[in-house]
Design a protein. Structure first.
Length: 364
């Protein structure tokens, strides 16, 4: 009997190749294409203010960064709390070119896609170097090693006159086919640029996880000794996991610098590293879908808490300190609740929903 590739129900696979398909049915592919078209065309019909577009742009940049953190922590099982420093490496690589060549040099303004990839390559090199302690360290000791890298990065930036001692280093406006990107086009332009990187890198990560290198990440996470006995190289796997994390973080750092038209130390502190880790946890560690859902949930939480704080200030002016404390309180509460109630993150809710729809009208 011929297989129905449009409305297949249940899980019926006769080979590993079938199980590793990106789209299991034609309907899945059609829904994804419609959603992708919607992401590209909605700004043409719904005009948002610069503040709202900036939030959406920041979500897309964070998704690129979480790709890397999810690979190293979710799939490889190597906890890193210095991810903001990797993002900072990419941003300050761009700042280095701006200091040496000038913030309006043609290499930065016209060849900006190349510059973004160069920043990613530098981030990958730094990530591989920072990953060397993973050859001998595990668990809490590796966490301390990544924390040390974060502290070293902060010290270098704060006390280096070349990097303006952490003060903002300006980045010029870029050019594209229609000429220079104007102030009114800035956030919309970087929305499309960041979205293209998100889509391309999303497919790259998904295909990586289907290869032997992606399966090595999971095998080393589950049992590195068993992986070694099966012919894998746990040390090499851990190092290239950090290198991949550094690459995606470096690209995210360059996008952040171009989006904000400057590089400042306050965007790459330990607080931001914990924020990135929270995005991965809330979205779902070890899940590609979690890389999308986590940053979206955390940024939406931040926006709503900000609105709630402003509302509390208008009602109770004397409760200014309470309103200011709402953001870190809600942030910590969400992380604790997800770790206790849903450690697999929002991605698990999405998995349950998809399984329910796949088996409908039968009970899940």
């Amino acid at each position: 009997m011929a297989q129905n590739r449009w409305l297949a129900t249940g899980n019926f696979f006769t080979s590993h190749k079938q199980e590793q398909r990106i789209f299991f049915t034609h309907l899945d592919r059609l829904i994804f294409l419609c959603f992708l078209v919607l992401l590209f065309v909605w700004p043409l019909f719904f005009k948002l203010g610069n503040k709202n577009m900036l939030v959406i742009d920041n979500i897309l940049v964070a998704i690129v960064a979480i790709y890397g953190l999810n690979l190293v922590t979710g799939y490889a099982g190597l906890i890193s709390i210095g991810h903001a420093a990797f993002v900072g490496v990419g941003a300050y690589t761009l700042a280095t070119f701006a200091r040496l060549l000038g913030d309006s040099h043609v290499l930065l303004t016209h060849a900006w896609p190349l510059m973004i990839l160069i920043c990613g390559a530098v981030g990958a090199a730094v990530g591989a170097f920072v990953g060397l302690p993973a050859l001998r360290l595990k668990h809490l000791y590796l966490v301390i090693a990544t924390l040390s890298f974060q502290m070293i990065f902060q010290w270098v930036i704060n006390f280096s006159t070349f990097f303006n001692q952490g003060q903002t280093i300006a980045i010029g406006r870029v050019f594209w086919f229609a000429g220079k990107v104007t102030r009114s086009q800035h956030y919309l332009f970087w929305y499309y640029a960041a979205l293209i990187f998100v889509v391309i890198f999303g497919f790259a990560v998904r295909n990586l996880l289907r290869t032997r290198y992606g399966r090595c990440l999971v095998a080393v996470r589950d049992n590195d000794r068993a992986a070694d006995a099966m012919g894998m190289h746990p040390g090499f796997t851990k190092v290239y996991a950090f290198a991949l994390a550094g690459f995606f973080a470096g690209v995210a750092g360059a996008l952040h610098a171009y989006l904000w038209r400057g590089v400042g130390f306050e965007s790459f502190t330990l607080h931001h590293s914990i924020n990135y880790l929270a995005m991965a946890i809330v979205g779902g560690l070890g899940s590609l879908m979690g890389s999308f859902l986590g940053p979206t949930a955390i940024f939406m939480l931040d926006v709503h808490v900000e609105h709630l704080s402003e509302f509390a200030k208008t009602l109770f002016p004397a409760a200014l300190d309470l309103a200011t404390a709402l953001r870190p309180l809600s942030f910590g509460l969400v992380i604790v609740l997800f770790l206790m109630i849903e450690p697999r993150g929002i991605a698990n809710w999405w998995r349950i929903l998809r399984s329910y729809l796949k088996l409908w009208p039968f009970r899940y």
